[in-house]
Ligand binder design. Sequence first.
Ligand code: MN
Length: 231
Amino acid sequence: MNTVFTPAPATSLPVHGLRERFPVRRVYCVGRNYAEHAKEMGFTGREPPFFFLKPADAVLVVNAGETGTMPYPSLTKSLHHEIELVVAIGTGGSNIPAAAAHKHIYGYAVGLDMTRRDLQSDMKKQGRPWEIGKAFDHSAPIGPITPAAQAGDVSQAEIYLQVNGTDRQRSKLSKLIWNIGETIEHLSAAWELQPGDLIFTGTPEGVAAVMAGDVLVGEVAGLGKLSVKVV
Ligand code: MN
């Protein structure tokens, strides 16, 4: 195919134990999926899950053993960290029942849903879309994917984030309001999932601002660490 300019290369993530990479199609994110985080954002109760997206080229790929470099984004004075389990879809589908969701999962990774909180809050107040707060360049640092068979059952795994060596977020995936299967059920009712889709599953409490120079280290037990420096 002839194109009028050279297309940007597709985003792809490394996979633990493989030379082949995981090509990214879409990045879905779940909002407010831990009760304590919903509370800190001013909400209570179990509301139906809701979703937003980030562009695939907003993924900041962090290879195993490396520290990613995230430029401090423009326009904000409040860049927040949100450590999250990321689910990688290997088999697509629509209307996937929660009980069958595991058959669609290729693997798991650790990701950061970086957020320009001040801009997101302004948009929320005005009832406007969140993209400027959530879907900016480099807003989705993600580490290597661990295939599901290697990762085993992650549903009870510990998740944490440290900034400059100090705990900011610490919880367990068992505290997800909508678990992985339920999230896939809801998401696949709204969009037909395809191989290459990623799902940020939500962040626990403790979200806060970072500054240039800060080093973020996050982990989901069994999936390895994600390390990112803000510059
Ligand atoms: Mn999030």
